[in-house]
Design a protein around this ligand. Structure first.
Ligand code: HEM
Ligand code: ISQ
Length: 154
């Protein structure tokens, strides 16, 4: 079924509110993932090789925000084009990086749960089943696109 203008609007409007608070949001998002899947922490080189506390790590926020931003962009593309259109070169890179760092299906599921939970807490007044569905669909389609490129880079 097509991704509607209403679904796109739900994603974009909540992201526009959330991005003003991106530092706190990014930390919460990471903490939720590691709460459910503590072993996932070892996947991230900038956490694994670091002695500074998680909440002070400068790489954390930009990394977490890229997941939100790309999922939001995925919603826009789904509505416009009916599919996720990350530039082919960057999709290849994304697939290769996630393959190389050992990301598996369960990680994508945990991250989806953490993403939706973070949004729910960030915009409680806007949150609805329709909003959950819109973000979930945009995320699923983006992950599907990344997974098609999850193979060793040549
Ligand atoms: C790296 C996005 C899902 C773990 C990255 C990068 C981006 C990104 C943009 C940086 C790539 C680069 O270096 O050029 C996304 C998006 C996701 C997603 C959009 C889902 C829609 C996941 C999941 C995990 C994960 C589920 C595992 C829990 C990692 C790791 C790296 C990475 C370990 C490498 C970090 C490092 O440099 O040490 N991701 N990611 N990603 N991602 Fe994801
Ligand atoms: C997945 N890939 C890169 C960065 C991330 C930050 C937070 C949660 C998931 C992520």
């Amino acid at each position: 079924k097509p991704f509607t203008e209403e679904q796109e609007a739900l994603v974009v409007k909540s992201w526009n509110v959330m991005k003003k608070n991106s530092a706190e949001l990014g930390l919460k998002f990471f903490l939720k993932i590691f709460e459910i899947a503590p072993s996932a922490k070892k996947l991230f080189s900038f956490l694994r090789d670091s002695t500074i506390p998680l909440e002070q790590n400068p790489k954390l926020k930009p990394h977490a925000m890229s997941v939100f931003l790309m999922t939001c962009e995925s919603a826009v593309q789904l509505r416009k084009a009916g599919k996720v259109t990350v530039r082919e070169s960057s999709l290849k890179k994304l697939g290769a990086v996630h393959f190389k760092y050992g990301v598996v299906d369960e990680h994508f599921e945990v991250t989806k749960f953490a993403l939706l939970d973070t949004i729910k807490e960030a915009v409680p007044d806007m949150w609805s089943p329709a909003m959950k569905n819109a973000w979930g669909e945009a995320y699923d389609q983006l992950v599907a696109a990344i997974k098609t490129e999850m193979k060793p880079s040549s």
